[in-house]
Design a protein around this ligand. Structure first.
Ligand code: NAD
Ligand code: ZN
Ligand code: ZN
Length: 344
């Protein structure tokens, strides 16, 4: 008889997830079967559920890509892992390993890549399967609930900050202090950067301040561009994790000359477009770049910061059964820090 497990399953876009019993997956060649301990709820999961992006997710879908768990069973052909090892599963489920981008260490932009909890079943379940080659190793004994958000929010903002080119001592504006942004503030501080935090909710700015942001700006109360230019003379770099296109437009104008803005947030749908000043970008030699999750090397480095206590997600745990309420809270912008589903 096939063993079954509890999972939260999306059957149609824009409908609530259903808590169901589904078969426990079998690890294929090169795969690990992972017993999920914790899975963070990323705004990308909400975009998946709401069908904000093109192409839409593969349905029926078990979302979730901030997974911390333990190896339950090792599939054929896997070496270097054994049952009980602590592992994490990120958004990058796999990449082809052969294309020009994979060969150049840019596996995050492989066109043949698969995505955990989007094209492949993810961690809103008691068990999941993932290729051993792409699974992150977590140091034994770390708190799996605090570690789970590092698998997406952590690695993504860490890479985004590296791509921002900001050097120690320089100012970075973190625009959007949600699940990603509050962790970005911490990586920035750990990397020796000075932080100006921008959001539209006072409780998120209070969190940013407690995590080391020297300047906080409420974009709902003041013009955030003028505030950042006045308070710090413009930012050397900006990292945008907000979910409103306006914030992406504003972030370009928060830069000082020669500054770089790195886009991470993906509002999607009608909010996928911005208007920008060509002359501002040209005359001041500004750079606008994207950053897509992180490579396996980025992940190892991002995990090391957390394991060394330099970065710690502010979390609240919830049961899998609460997922639809959590997604609704996120839709309304009411979550401070990250919610992590407790699977075990
Ligand atoms: P979240 O909902 O936790 O946080 C979003 C934050 O943006 C909230 O704090 C909200 O108050 C703030 N915000 C909204 N409008 C704003 C505005 N006008 N100015 C400033 N702040 C504003 O979401 P999250 O989990 O942190 O994810 C953020 C975005 O990043 C999502 O679009 C998600 O899909 C995307 N994402 C991208 C990648 C990538 O690899 N590029 C990886 C993970 C997540
Ligand atoms: Zn994510
Ligand atoms: Zn590739």
């Amino acid at each position: 008889m096939t063993k079954t497990m509890k999972a939260a399953v999306l059957h149609a876009l824009k409908t609530p997830l259903r808590i169901e019993q589904v078969p426990v997956p079998e690890p294929g060649h090169g795969d690990l079967l992972i017993k999920v301990t914790a899975c963070g709820v990323c705004h990308s999961d909400l975009h998946a559920v709401d069908g904000d992006w093109t192409p839409p997710p593969v349905i029926p879908l078990i979302p979730g890509h901030e997974v911390a768990g333990k190896v339950e069973k090792v599939g054929p052909g896997v070496s270097g892992f054994k049952a009980g090892d602590e592992v994490g599963v990120p958004w990058m489920y796999s990449s082809c390993g052969q294309c020009e981008f994979c060969l150049a260490g840019m596996e995050t932009i492989c066109k043949a890549g698969e995505a955990t909890g989007y094209t492949k079943p993810g961690g809103y379940a008691e068990y999941m399967v993932a290729p051993a080659a792409f699974v992150g190793r977590l140091p034994a004994g770390t708190d799996p609930y605090a570690m789970a958000p590092i698998l997406c929010a952590g690695v993504t903002t860490y890479r985004g900050l590296k791509r921002s080119m900001a050097r120690p001592g320089q100012w970075v504006a973190i625009v959007g202090i949600g699940g990603l942004g509050h962790i970005a503030v911490q990586y920035a501080r750990a990397m020796g950067l000075r932080v100006a935090a921008v959001d539209v909710a006072p409780e998120k700015l209070a969190l940013a301040k407690s995590l080391g942001a020297e300047v906080v700006v409420n974009g709902a109360e003041t013009d955030p561009v003028a505030a950042v230019q006045e308070k710090i003379g413009g930012a050397h770099a900006a990292v945008v994790t907000a979910v409103a296109s306006k914030a992406f437009e504003q972030a370009i104008l928060m830069l000082r000359p020669a500054g770089t803005v790195t886009y991470i947030g993906l509002p999607g749908g009608k909010a996928d477009e911005i208007r920008a000043s060509i002359s501002a970008i040209t005359n001041w030699e500004l750079s606008v770049r994207g950053s897509n999750v992180g490579t396996r090397l980025d992940l190892n480095e991002a995990v090391a910061f957390a394991a060394n206590g330099l970065v710690k997600a502010t979390i609240r745990t919830a049961a899998l059964e609460d997922i639809n309420a959590v997604l609704e809270e996120m839709r309304q912008g009411r979550i401070v820090g990250r919610v992590v589903l407790k699977l075990a």
